[in-house]
Design a protein around this ligand. Structure first.
Ligand code: ADE
Length: 214
């Protein structure tokens, strides 16, 4: 069982995806569990403030330590061994191998927002993760990407032998081969002959030759 607790200022942006399709199916089958924690609940003062201006000057606002530490400590009361993932453009770049090898367990994904976060937040982070060399406005999309890429690999989530076959055939790091469904001829674009042949050996060979690699 893998569990993700997402700490975010925008739970309403994260929740719909986790309630949809394969993510929901994983929960329904007891293979994954998701929880949302609203960082605003841990904000300071009457305005539940979570950010402040940077020391030394500069544009924008930074996430403050107090609400973030309080939210992570809250999430950890249920599971002190939970690991903290921080989506950040300066983290280790996420890839399929990392998605495959993430051990079962409980992960708290802390979604920063605004222009950044107080560097002391790094002291409670186990995995700083970047999705790539570009900057997003917050950690919500990276959180969903990380969750999706991990959960879809859990046996029983995608279902059907076909998906399992593709995974084992591709050893995980190949992209699927091109696939076709009816009609055989669509506006002059024909399905490759070999796929209609019924020759499983030839079909496997064709698929292997046409698999993309990450
Ligand atoms: N937050 C902002 N940009 C990001 C990125 N590229 N990857 C992960 N988290 C981010």
């Amino acid at each position: 069982m893998i569990r993700f607790t997402v700490i975010t200022l925008f739970p309403e942006a994260v929740e719909p995806y986790l309630r949809t399709s394969m993510m929901w199916k994983a929960v329904d089958k007891g293979l994954a569990d998701f929880e949302l924690v609203n960082l605003r609940d841990f904000g300071l003062g009457p305005h539940k403030s979570v950010d402040d201006t940077p020391y030394g000057g500069g544009d924008g606002m930074l996430l403050r330590c107090e609400p973030v530490f309080a939210a992570v400590e809250f999430a950890k009361t249920k599971d002190p061994l939970a690991k903290v993932i921080l989506p950040t453009p300066v983290g280790k770049i996420w890839n399929q191998g990392m998605a495959k090898s993430l051990p079962e367990g409980h992960y708290i994904i802390l979604c920063p927002h605004y222009e950044g976060y107080d560097e002391r937040i790094m002291s409670i982070v186990d995995y700083p993760i970047s999705l790539g060399k570009y900057v997003l406005t917050g950690g919500e999309l990276p959180a969903l990407v990380i969750i999706d890429s991990v959960v879809r690999l859990i046996p029983g989530v995608l279902g059907g032998e076909k998906s399992a076959e593709i995974e084992s055939f591709s050893e995980g790091d190949n992209l699927e081969y091109p696939q076709y469904t009816r009609p055989e001829n669509f506006r002059g674009m024909k399905v490759p002959e070999v796929l209609l042949s019924g020759n499983h050996g030839e079909i496997a060979k064709w698929r292997k030759e046409h698999s993309g690699k990450i």
